[in-house]
Write a protein that binds this ligand. Sequence first.
Ligand SMILES: COc1cc(C(=O)NC2CCN(C)CC2)ccc1Nc1cc2c(cn1)c(C)nn2-c1cc(Cl)cc(-c2ccccc2C(N)=O)c1
Length: 298
Amino acid sequence: MSRRRETAPIPTTVSDTLNGVTYKRLRYLGKGGFARCYEFQNATTGEVVAGKVVSKSLLTKPHQKEKMMQEIALHKTLQHRNVVMFKSSFQDPHFVYITLEICKKQSLMELHKRRGPLTEPEVRYYMKQIGEGMDYLHNTMKIIHRDLKLGNIFINSDMVLKLGDLGLATRINSPDERKRTLCGTPNYIAPEILVKSGHSFEVDMWSSGCIMYTLLVGKPPFETSSLKETYSRIKRTEYVIPEDTVGPAASNLITSMLMNNPKTRITATKMLQHEFLTEGYLPKRLPTSSLTVRPHFT
Ligand SMILES: COc1cc(C(=O)NC2CCN(C)CC2)ccc1Nc1cc2c(cn1)c(C)nn2-c1cc(Cl)cc(-c2ccccc2C(N)=O)c1
């Protein structure tokens, strides 16, 4: 039975000595991978940010430390409305700290759990922002996210969607480069990663197709009780779109994102031009009430 590795207690006050900022550690928000997330309040300005805390005692292998440093190095270069803003990173003898823009309405995972299937205007609203964020990552920054999933796509207090958690992200350094390795298991993993035929930006389009299907239908496209069977269905691209609940334009966009062959899969640029995102009612801003109750669009 594996013993939980004991880690030092996380201080209630942490200091970013380089920037001369002290934070009070407030509410526990959750955890992801090695990280635990808290509300951090700037002791001088009162600003509240999301503080991710990673115990150095868990970063035992060199590649784990490198992965953490790569996530920070990539994330600090990003600035886009639909990507979580990186604020700072610092460390003390026991922990590495990353402070990020806080998204008080949590992630699409909590929305999905609370609401189940969403209306098409809501999915249009969220998918358009995911498309904008991916277009920026892929075409401006040449970055593949590689782990887009409901749990790391956040909503801020203005109901603006933000792509977060770049723990598996990587930069493409030349137009034809195909990545061959990926340490970590993406939630919505693309078939080319499973068959190890090399992967690039298209894997994020596959994940977005899984996200759009899940938001609209209320459950993931390839979910089964066994991981082996799920992977087999992904490789065979075996899924059903319920035509009674999903309209033709939405169905066409999902199909375009879930093409088995990455070469024929829709790109972020083309996704933003797709009729599902350009035709049909697009709310300027969703009401906060839509996080819990199905909205009625007049
Ligand atoms: C007020 O803002 C938030 C409240 C809550 C909240 O009320 N959580 C409750 C869940 C149920 N339990 C019982 C009580 C706490 C969650 C996220 C918030 N905001 C937030 C979190 C952020 C970021 C920006 N904003 C960024 C950037 N990263 N994370 C982040 C980082 C890590 Cl390590 C975990 C998780 C995380 C927390 C919970 C579930 C899932 C996840 C997840 N996505 O992994 C999230």
